[in-house]
Ligand binder design. Structure first.
Ligand code: DOR
Length: 446
């Protein structure tokens, strides 16, 4: 029986168009590839999806030419922490809608978390999700569950999952409660060179909490989720990483004290990496004053001091990766009493603009460090080969216009969900194209 393909051929996001990668040049584009210390303006020539040359287009060159004079081209952005909700919650997001959101945000690769129904805990499901992204210039590299069904009891078939190419495991959203299980997970994944990405939360301290515990939660009368609930879990997990020699990645850190634990661990040679989200880098808990559930996220938004510490930790490299924790929820789920709303906010279509506007243009982060934290750093944690802007390499690129001013409008998002706290914000810098897998999708400037 022939396999019926019910998915339509992916088309670029609204307002973008597709170009052939057979013979294409980006003329006079600023190339930035921090991993090779590359920062120069040149013509970038692509033939059959491969970077053919970095130099100058010769007279009479007969391929398609795109004016790159206002653009930066960097290695394709990779988001190692997204929720694409498939299978089980397709009303919030799908691989299809999530890949559109990713492309329009400038991402050429994403790693969906396994808190789906059923959980992504077996090679069959991993392969199905990867296949659903065929036809997009966005690769999908699922993170598989550490434990079967994310139930926190028995390890998944780690070896079989590694055989299919999975190199990061997480029960995201559900921390591993039993220390001995975390120990075995770190030992076992380490045998394959794989990494555990942990949502570090001690539920005995955070249960029932809906926002950062402090003066604001007291004033609003909302149950608090204290920083110590994260820090104590990171502390335990780092000690287990030291004990086992396993590779540990700390997902979405949110407090200054968590950062200090990571700094100390790195100094002591422990195999630990960390990520931070655009929202924890730019928003603080005072914004919850209006009880807008778009600000409800796990871990919660913290204090202004925490935000500044995280910005510094990212800038000095103590925090390796920027990841969005793109967590779509339907309007009827979010538009309820704050206390009852689910945790999470979307981030794929705003990440680049937020980081560029709020950190790069304010001098808190160099553009090179931003690019590194969104390209080579996450790929390294994911065990993926690096992407370089070099002749002979596959063209895997993000194009962005650092000067474009735009207003975030959730109604124009490609994501199925609208739960963003950034709606209406004026930003400078926007993704305008992605090139990967022989596909070229670029925003139409006409
Ligand atoms: O806010 C969050 N939402 N944090 C998580 O860890 C999970 C996520 C979700 O899946 O909605």
């Amino acid at each position: 029986m022939n396999k019926i393909n019910t998915q339509t051929q992916p088309q670029p996001p609204k307002g973008w168009r597709s170009y052939s990668s057979d013979k294409l040049a980006l003329r006079n584009v600023l190339l930035i590839d921090p991993a090779q210390n590359l920062k120069k303006r040149a013509d970038l020539i692509i033939e059959n999806g491969i970077i053919q040359q970095i130099g100058e287009i010769t007279d009479g060159w007969d391929g398609e030419i795109i004016d790159g004079s206002k653009l930066i081209a960097c290695p394709g952005l990779f988001d190692m922490h997204v929720h694409l909700r498939e299978p089980g919650y397709e009303h919030k997001e799908t691989i299809y809608s999530g890949c559109h959101a990713a492309a329009s945000g400038g991402f050429t690769g994403v790693a969906p978390m396994p808190n789906t129904d059923p959980a992504i805990d077996n090679p069959g499901l991993v392969n199905i999700l990867r296949e659903k992204a065929v036809g997009f210039p966005v690769e999908v590299h699922p993170i598989a569950a550490i434990t079967l069904g994310r139930k926190g009891k028995n390890l998944s078939e780690i070896g079989e999952l590694v055989d299919t190419g999975v190199m990061v495991f997480s029960d995201d959203g559900s921390p591993i409660v039993i220390a001995d299980l975390m120990r075995r997970a770190l030992e076992y994944t380490n045998m394959f060179g794989a990494t555990i990405s942990e949502h570090s939360e001690d539920a005995s301290l955070t249960m029932g909490g809906v926002m950062h515990e402090g003066a604001v939660s007291t004033r609003l009368g909302l149950p608090g989720w204290p920083g110590i609930g994260e820090e104590i879990a990171i502390d335990r997990n780092v000690r287990l990483a030291e004990f086992t020699g396993g590779k540990l990645h700390i997902a979405h850190i949110s407090t200054a004290a968590s950062l200090e634990i990571i700094r100390r661990a790195k100094k002591n040679g422990i195999n630990v990496t960390a990520e931070v989200t655009p929202h924890h880098l730019t928003l603080d808990c005072s914004l919850l004053d209006g009880f807008d559930s778009n600000y409800k996220v796990n871990p919660p938004l913290r204090t202004k001091e925490d935000v500044i510490a995280l910005q510094e930790g990212l800038a000095d490299g103590s925090i390796d990766v920027i990841a969005t924790d793109h967590a779509p929820h339907a309007p009827d789920e979010k538009e309820v009493e704050f206390i009852k709303a689910p945790f999470g906010m979307i981030g794929l279509e705003t990440a680049l603009g937020i980081i560029h506007s709020k950190l790069v243009l304010t001098g808190k982060l160099t553009i090179e460090r931003m690019i590194e934290a969104m390209t080579s750093a996450p790929r390294k944690v994911m065990g993926l080969s690096d992407v370089s802007i070099k002749a002979g390499e596959t063209a895997n690129l993000t194009l962005f216009n650092p000067d474009e001013k735009w207003r975030v409008d959730r109604d124009l998002f490609n994501s199925k969900s609208k739960n963003t706290p950034f709606h209406g914000m004026e930003l400078t810098g926007r993704a305008v194209g992605v090139i990967n897998r022989g596909l070229v999708w670029i925003k139409d400037e006409k």
